[in-house]
Design a protein around this ligand. Structure first.
Ligand SMILES: *Cc1c(COP(=O)(O)O)cnc(C)c1O
Length: 233
């Protein structure tokens, strides 16, 4: 990881490019929203900045982007604390797997944790909540394609995990998924949407650089876009 960061620190996508990419992605979001008769304001762009150096993050902030996603707690700590101190409006989402030994750190840095996926993680979060100055929002990650190697709760177990959260007073604001890489994503987006409706959950985090318009057509409220903004990792 350090290796990747130092490489990108030397060759990072320049400021103008990031600004133009953000304009282009926002225009695509606007167009998809119009096509599907949705409000652009109901769709949040989460700029996924994993593996990209702080220079790239500053450029994106300068271009008016304030919502970001990182998938590792450690990497986020190396990059974000000074930037967050300077820009209090930054909203940072954790979109990668969360180990129980990183929970305390994650709760202190992230504004949204998108990857709740098991009772043990809920227990650990509950332990730390009373000590927090500000409580993050929580989403449950659903392993929508039931893939062995992927994080997320299996769709069949979503019900009981949501009950578990409710019984312990952990509010769940959203559902998140990453569909199988080699398949058309639409049926998986539709499935996440129907699960969210069934549980009256309003936030749907789905769609990445290759498929965020489709996700918008199927109800995404948050799209997580990395490559189309920051370039290749
Ligand atoms: C990296 C990542 C993204 C962004 O993917 P791109 O294809 O670069 O847009 C979105 N969501 C998650 C969970 C990721 O890990």
């Amino acid at each position: 990881m350090f290796f990747c960061i130092s490489i990108f620190a030397m060759t990072h996508t320049n400021e103008t490019t990031i600004k133009e990419n953000l304009l282009a992605v926002n225009a695509r979001i606007h167009k998809a929203a119009a096509t599907w008769q949705r409000e652009t304001s109901d769709i949040t762009l989460v700029a996924v900045s994993k593996f990209h150096p702080t220079e790239a993050l500053s450029d994106a902030i300068a271009a008016g982007q304030f919502v970001f996603g990182e998938n590792r707690v450690q990497e986020a700590y190396e990059k974000w604390p000074p930037l967050k101190a300077h820009h209090p409006q930054v909203c940072l989402h954790l979109i990668g797997p969360l180990q129980t030994n990183k929970v305390k750190q994650a709760l202190e840095l992230f504004d949204v944790i998108e990857t709740i996926d098991r009772p043990k993680l809920v227990d650990e979060i509950i332990k730390h909540l009373p000590k927090l100055k500000q409580q993050p929002s929580f989403y449950v990650q659903v392993n929508i394609g039931e893939e062995a190697q992927k994080g997320g709760v299996m769709p069949a177990e979503l019900n009981s995990l949501l009950d578990y959260c409710a019984e312990r007073g952990l509010p769940i604001a959203g559902l998140m998924c990453i569909p199988p890489a080699e398949e058309p994503p639409a049926p998986y987006f539709a499935l996440l949407n129907s699960l969210a409706r069934r549980h009256k959950i309003k936030i749907l985090s789905m769609g990445m650089s290759g498929d965020f318009e489709q996700a918008i057509s199927l109800g995404a409220t948050h799209v997580r876009v990395g490559t189309a903004i920051f370039g290749q990792r």
